[in-house]
Write a protein that binds this ligand. Structure first.
Ligand SMILES: Nc1ncnc2c1ncn2[C@@H]1O[C@H](COP(=O)(O)OP(=O)(O)OP(=O)(O)O)[C@@H](O)[C@H]1O
Ligand SMILES: [Mg+2]
Length: 316
């Protein structure tokens, strides 16, 4: 089916500060990009089973499993990449370990390997993502797009910077080949790292820092996705008690001194928050990158909420 007009990359990495909506946005993007008969893969790498929780499923095995269908015969598959399984798969590919691989797991060789070389863990995880992104069957790509629910902003640069981390580990051989392959995919136009943020100080600061890091690593930054945006209830810079009183009276509501003063405080707090949000929005806009805003869903991120977010992402 090929690339989507608005989201031409093949590998979409979704990061953001913890709790800003990475998993929700990644899932919505996977659904949106699967519309119209495409096939997408939604991947998680942190062993959190966040995808299964979001879709109300049993924990995902280390296998690509269909979790949703879309219009025109499209589908979303999901995969929870486990570093231990990825290591066994990888060793098997190069050394045909078979039963020896299972024995290896029993003696804890995997723990050993990933503890002794923390960088190895990340190459195994990103290596699996690369394999899925570039996999072909019968001369056709298996996935039109792969969406990675990535580690949070504070760790994403290191996670994606596989070459530097593994250069110390392997100067040659299959691990070196694998990490070079991952590094070049991540630095190619096939990849975009999207940053999810809320209009709050800490997430915005972490987003700015992550974008600086990724840019320095030559990893392409995609969109800034402002999640949980709230509609403006009021405009202007200040609310006075007189205005509130007039408003209440005009609406035929009782305008006791207590009601007026309570409402004025609330309205002023709302405006102050709007001002802060607006200044954060400007800071983000100054990066000159494509931005999308997603609303705070009143009923949380259920299936229809995900569809709503998917539609907004795809139109953006
Ligand atoms: N647009 C939204 N509207 C309403 N609720 C939202 C929205 N986006 C996310 N949430 C809720 O916010 C919480 C955090 O979202 P999510 O799990 O997607 O974030 P995360 O960045 O993946 O978190 P973590 O860092 O823990 O993995 C969840 O309860 C989710 O349902
Ligand atoms: Mg998550």
């Amino acid at each position: 089916m090929g690339e989507h007009r608005n989201w031409p990359e093949r590998l979409h990495v979704v990061t953001g500060k913890g709790g800003t909506g990475k998993t929700s946005v990644a899932a919505a993007l996977a659904l949106g990009l699967a519309a119209g008969g495409r096939r997408t893969l939604l991947v998680e790498v942190e062993g959190r089973q966040g995808i299964a929780q979001l879709f109300g499923l049993d924990p995902l095995p280390y296998a690509e499993k269909r979790i949703a269908t879309t219009t025109g015969g499209g589908e979303v598959r999901a995969l929870a990449v486990d570093p231990e399984e990825a290591l066994l798969e990888y060793l098997d590919m190069f050394y045909k370990l078979g039963a020896a691989g299972r024995a290896l797991r029993k003696v804890g060789a995997i723990d050993f390997a990933t503890t002794i070389a923390p960088g190895l863990r990340d190459v195994l995880l990103t290596g699996k993502v690369k394999e899925a992104t570039t996999r072909s069957e019968n001369g056709r790509r298996v996935y039109d797009a792969v969406i990675l629910d990535a580690p949070p902003t504070g760790r994403v640069g290191r996670f994606l910077n596989v070459t530097a981390e593994t250069a110390r580990l392997a100067k040659m051989g299959p691990i070196k080949t694998q990490s070079d392959g991952v590094a070049s995919l991540l630095r190619s136009p096939m990849t975009a790292v999207h940053v999810v943020t809320l209009l709050e100080e800490m997430p915005v600061q972490e987003s700015l820092d992550a974008i600086t890091d990724l840019t320095a690593l030559n990893i392409p930054v995609g969109r800034i996705i402002v999640n949980g945006a709230r509609p403006a209830l009021l405009t202007g810079g200040k609310v006075t008690k007189a205005e509130v009183k007039r408003g209440l009276t005009a609406a035929g509501l009782p305008a006791s001194a207590a009601a007026v003063s309570q409402l004025t405080v609330q309205a002023q707090a709302h405006l102050t928050r709007r001002e802060l949000e607006e200044s954060l929005r400007i800071e983000l806009a100054e990066l000159n990158r494509p931005m999308v805003e997603l609303p705070l869903l009143p009923d949380g991120v259920n299936m229809s909420g995900l569809q709503d977010l998917a539609g907004r992402l795809l139109r953006a």
